[in-house]
Design a protein around this ligand. Sequence first.
Ligand code: SAM
Length: 247
Amino acid sequence: MEGYGPSTYGDAFADVYDDWYTELPPPTVTAEFVARRSTGLVVELGSGTGRLAGALGAAGLPVVGLDASTAMLRRSRHTHPHLPVVAADMAEQPFRRGVAGCVLVAFNTLFNLPTGAGQRAALHQAADLLAEGGAVVVEAFVPADLGDAGGGHVDVVRSTDEVVVLSVSRTDPGRQTVWGHHVELRDGEPVRLRPWHVRFTDPDGVDALATSAGLELEARYGDWTGAPFDDRSTSHVSVYRHARRHR
Ligand SMILES: C[S@@+](CC[C@H](N)C(=O)[O-])C[C@H]1O[C@@H](n2cnc3c(N)ncnc32)[C@H](O)[C@@H]1O
């Protein structure tokens, strides 16, 4: 995975992203959730093709997207021409302090940053972006209890008459990382590899990063509908507010 950087994932998946990720919860549900908690401008970190930011804009929320991948941003501009987007690394955010009513980091995007330090830096900057009463909203998967179950995994991601897509990955439980490739196989065509990497942590770990960034947990849900978060939840939607402004 030499040469893997902030734009690698987005550049590798931009052309297929909206076709492959069709079974996610409807973006309108996320827009309703955010609308109830934002006090103004929504900044989405890692806005990708505009799947969510576009829905927020369509729901009437002021929103700006940020993404490190120009290929993703090209898709976003094509599908959502009125959505303002910025090319930047979410660990080096270019916005003025105090401009945001909500900073949204959805669909495991925080885990795209390769280290805990990078994730903390991104949350720290997100906290700085918040206006009075604003919220940072993080959606992330809950890691399975891995024990020592590191090593390699192969999963079938898609299988149609025309294409087979396998996810071939290697988990390092100690480093809390998974490196992988989506391997695309089409009859008679060269194999296409799409690399990805996540540095994961459990909900307590996300809280610890947020706390060290000056945020505190206000509420945690199991999904965007506001369902309760419990032991069976496979992902969480967590709402953080600026700790100092609460006290
Ligand atoms: C899993 S996708 C989520 C996209 C979008 N939020 C959604 O829910 O459909 C992660 C996005 O984060 C972007 N990304 C990854 N690392 C980044 C970084 N360091 N800075 C900014 N964007 C990044 C990728 O290019 C990709 O568009």
